[in-house]
Design a protein around this ligand. Sequence first.
Ligand code: GLC
Length: 439
Amino acid sequence: MYCSYRKGEPNAMYKPKPTTGDTSWFVHDRFGMFIHWGLYAIPARHEWVQSREEIHPDDYYKYFERFNPVDYDPAEWAADAADAGMQYVVLTTKHHEGFCLWDSEFTDYKVTNTPYGQDLLTPFVEAFRAEGLRVGFYYSLIDWHHPEFPIDVIHPLRNHPDALEMNKSRDVRKYAEYLRNQVGELLTTFEPDILWCDFSYPGREYKGMPGKGHEDWESEKLLALIREIKPDIILNNRLDLPAEKADVHTPEQWQPTEWVKVDGEPVVWEACQTFSGSWGYHRDEQTWKSEGQLIRMLVNTVARGGNLLMNVGPTAKGTFDERALDALDTYGEWMELHHESIYGCTQSEFSEPLDCRLTQKEGKVYVHIFAWPFKHLYLEGMGDKVAFARFLHDGSEIPLKLEDWTSSHLQAGENTLVLELPVLEPDVVVPVIELELKG
Ligand code: GLC
């Protein structure tokens, strides 16, 4: 619905550090859908279930033998994402369990060998691109199925009495080669716009078994391969390489209160968040975020110069469950009326009024009101800057001139713009006022 695919215009105000990958469209589009999907949709109790419950790969195989998402329709998913105002998608092609959603030539542990018997990724990529969304791939560096992946602190076999002994025959060099083969395969076959590698944990030793980082993944080699195949791909920051090698920094499960900086410099960043407390489909988890939280998280992210990647965990049948669809509708309804304050916007140069978040793009400042005040909104430093003010949801004017008797009472500092608001809060989750700046 909102995918008028414009090439991103650079933001006029604060600019993050330049990136090697092409982030111009990314910082414009601001809002994407994360999808965590794999065998773990069947146990339906967190995508880490194999590690948490220390399930032996031989036992976990029961899910592989039963994976058959008969209702999978990626065109429907893509339409849901577009209707929610999302402009790109990042799908878990392989999560930590090691199961692959595409017909990889380098493993048998893939969807084509399950009862479903078909590649999921090709139709996925086609469907999302047809809907006008950019496509990114999440790829887990961790692999709890691969026989050459040394057992470590998060591996399901970490407490196996023979873990150390088993590690003697596991060769991380061979595993690193597998990583390169698969990443190369994904990049050449599908040409994704984003590669989202996850994750590194060097230094986390457990019972004599080291954690894993760039030496294990051979990250430098992997990076060289990625840039060689697709120089403009957007790469995240979880390969355990120096920060400047990454294009996008990825706070997860916390919301930055200011623009994310690396060595004091603002960087391109993307918060990844969940609708409830799990990335994979979790049937019984109850901490689903409220409408207000969902919208405020998106607004807060853009007001701090970042992107929001909001996650859906599809079911084992291949569908989005009702709770996820409701959350997507919340975004859709709000974005339909307010997308102008998100797309192409970034942190504002002006300071925020009480209980508000500002976003800005060429010629416009958007005031997102988180707590509706009684009658007056004070915008410091904007007294001489604004030509016109209106609500985004209905386009109605907010007069710039106050009644004379009021102005004499208000405690407004110099060059403060005071807007007079209706007493009744508009019936939208977060009301937004558009300020047109003087030319
Ligand atoms: C974490 C988790 C993982 C999830 C990811 C998303 O690293 O291991 O389950 O995929 O965060 O950012």
